[in-house]
Design a protein around this ligand. Structure first.
Ligand code: SF4
Length: 273
C-alpha cells in the first residue's frame, strides 16, 4: 500500500502512536464527539475554512471588497481587515496559494499543503501559514512543531520549480505563521543548514520508529489528557466524556479541524457563506 506521510500523520504519531495506527494504518472509523460544546467547535471549523478560502481568493487576484461581500460573520470580517494589512506586501511578489507539494525525503513519500508560497527565485522563499486558533502558541511550541520542521524539508526536496529549477538551499527559506486573532504578532522562522540536518535526522528517526513497530504494538499515549480529545477513547478504554474546547492546546484545535473535515480546496467552493 502506498503511504504518504504528512504533518497531520506525524503529529498524530507524536501525540499517540496508537492513534496513528488506528487512524492511518488500520483506518478504523470510530465516531465520537471530540470536544464540547459541539456547536462552538463546528463554528470554529467553519470560520477557519471560510477564512482560508477567502485568503485563497485574494491571492488569486479577486477584489478584496468583493470577497468580503460574501460574509456577514463579524469575526471573519475583523480577521479579514487585519489580513489585508498583512497580506498586501506579499500580493505584490510572485506567489502561489494552496500549494500542494509531494516529494521524497530519504526515499519516503511526504506531502503537504502550503497556505501561501511567496518566492523570488535564487533568493528568498517564504512559506506562510494562516492560523485561526483562539490562542497564539508560544514560539518554543511552534519551533518544535512538526509543521515547522517538515515544511522546509518538503520545499528543499520538492520545490526547485520555484527556484529557477535549482535545489532550494535551507538559508533561502523562511516560514511565517500569521494568527487571525493576533494579527500584529506573526511568528517567523528563518531556516538554516544546521536546522535542516537536525530535522532530517529527526524525521528519519520518526519514520524508522513507525516502520519497525509491529502491528498491534503501537503504544497508547502516557498523557491521558490527550485521550479526552480523541475519538478513539472508548475503544481504548480511556473514558467516554469529551474534553472542553477551551482546554485544548493551542495547536491541537487546528489539527482537530483538519482531522474532522479536511480542507479540500477543490470542494471548498461549495461552502455556504
Ligand atoms: S484514546 Fe488515547 S490512547 Fe487511544 S488512540 Fe486516542 S489518544 Fe491514543
Amino acid at each position: 500500500m502506498k503511504f504518504d506521510y504528512s504533518q497531520n500523520k506525524l503529529h498524530d504519531y507524536l501525540e499517540c502512536p496508537r492513534r496513528f495506527e488506528l487512524r492511518y494504518l488500520l483506518q478504523r472509523i470510530w465516531p465520537a464527539v471530540h470536544t464540547e460544546p459541539v456547536l462552538e467547535l463546528e463554528e470554529q471549523i467553519n470560520n477557519g475554512k471560510i477564512f482560508h478560502l477567502m485568503a485563497q481568493q485574494y491571492f488569486s487576484g479577486i477584489n478584496p471588497d468583493v470577497i468580503l461581500l460574501q460574509v456577514e460573520n463579524v469575526k471573519i470580517s475583523t480577521w479579514w481587515k487585519a489580513f489585508l494589512t498583512f497580506a498586501e506586501s506579499y500580493n505584490n511578489l510572485p506567489h502561489q496559494s494552496e500549494v500542494m507539494i509531494s516529494s521524497k525525503i530519504n526515499n519516503k513519500s511526504f506531502m503537504g499543503v502550503f497556505d501561501l508560497l511567496v518566492y523570488s527565485p535564487g533568493e528568498k522563499i517564504t512559506i506562510i501559514d494562516w492560523k485561526t486558533n483562539h490562542n497564539r502558541p508560544s514560539r518554543k511550541n511552534l519551533e518544535q512543531h512538526i509543521q515547522t520542521r517538515l515544511y522546509p524539508l518538503l520545499l528543499i526536496s520538492g520545490g526547485k520549480q520555484w527556484n529557477n529549477n535549482n535545489k532550494i538551499k535551507p538559508d533561502q527559506i523562511e516560514m511565517i505563521y500569521w494568527f487571525a486573532n493576533y494579527p500584529d504578532e506573526p511568528q517567523s522562522f528563518l531556516y538554516s543548514e544546521q536546522q535542516f540536518q537536525t530535522d532530517l535526522i529527526f524525521i528519519q528517526d520518526l519514520i524508522n520508529q513507525i516502520e519497525t513497530t509491529k502491528s498491534g504494538e503501537f503504544p497508547l499515549t502516557t498523557n491521558q489528557k490527550r485521550c479526552d480529545f480523541c475519538n478513539y477513547r472508548s475503544l481504548c478504554g480511556r473514558g467516554s466524556k469529551p474534553g472542553s474546547t477551551l482546554e485544548l492546546d493551542n495547536l491541537d484545535l487546528e489539527y482537530l479541524y483538519e482531522e474532522i473535515e479536511e480542507i479540500d480546496m477543490n470542494q471548498i467552493g461549495d461552502i455556504a457563506f
